[in-house]
Design a protein around this ligand. Structure first.
Ligand SMILES: [Zn+2]
Ligand SMILES: [Zn+2]
Length: 243
């Protein structure tokens, strides 16, 4: 499985990190997880392109995770691609209905299939996925793919989510802010380190980075290392990891 980070930023632009998107590829199968602003552009830059990405799995419905959904649909329509499947938590059908109400000229341009999933096991684009409910300001699912890669979605750090990721080769976890930012619904390095202590993960990539984290990477890693001694790195847009 290849993991390509398309967007490692958040709702506030850093100038370098686009909003959330991760591409999973294996044996010609492709799955886009989240589709925030800039992800369509990064897909093209990554060489994967949008023509071969016909399935999107959403962690939740905040704008920085769904903003490029209709741009993706429109680009696929213009390129002559006929399908798009969007999978996500409860409310995903209503979200797509509402988006297409606003941009009604895009209705029925592609064969759009929408499926809602929850905190259970399911299959999408040939990947075996398990969902897990996170702690965020909207209902959000973390996902574990083929038992090897876990993506936290947006979430506070907590033991349940860390246990859900236990044994993964790679965990990509929200680490939105440095420790001196007073924050709810997202972790700080200290809370993430504490949650991860006691679990075994091959490597942790920090993502969903606000501009507040610019120039603070070393101290954030030091803070995590106070409680967790595993391999922790910062994700970057277009970083690609082979599992
Ligand atoms: Zn969010
Ligand atoms: Zn977000």
């Amino acid at each position: 499985m290849r993991i390509t980070f398309l967007g490692t930023g958040s709702a506030m632009p850093t100038g370098e990190r686009f909003q959330t998107g991760v591409l999973l590829s294996e044996d010609g199968r492709r799955l886009l997880v989240d589709c925030g602003s800039g992800v369509l552009h990064r897909l093209q830059q990554s060489g994967a392109g949008y023509e071969d990405v016909s399935t999107v799995l959403l962690t939740h419905h905040h704008l920085d995770h769904v903003a490029d959904l209709l741009p993706l649909l429109k680009a696929r329509w213009l390129a002559g691609e006929e399908h798009l499947e969007v999978v996500g938590p409860e409310g995903t059908k209503a979200l797509l209905d509402d988006l297409l109400d606003v941009h009604d000229y895009l209705q029925d341009r592609v064969d759009l299939q929408v499926r809602e999933v929850g905190a259970h096991e399911f299959e999408v684009a040939g990947f075996d996925v398990e969902g897990y409910e996170t702690r965020h300001s909207l209902p959000t699912l973390a996902y574990r793919f083929d038992d090897r890669f876990t993506f936290s979605g947006d979430s506070e750090a907590f033991e349940g989510l860390a246990n859900f990721a236990d044994g993964s080769a790679v965990l990509a976890h929200d680490c939105s802010f440095p420790d001196d930012v007073d924050v709810a619904n997202h972790p700080t390095p200290a809370t993430l380190g504490e949650a991860l202590s006691g679990v075994e993960v091959g490597r942790v990539y920090l993502t969903h980075l606000y501009p507040h984290t610019d120039g603070r990477q070393e101290e954030m890693l030091d803070s995590i290392a106070e409680s967790y001694d595993g391999d922790v790195r910062f994700a970057e847009d277009l970083l690609s990891v082979e599992l």
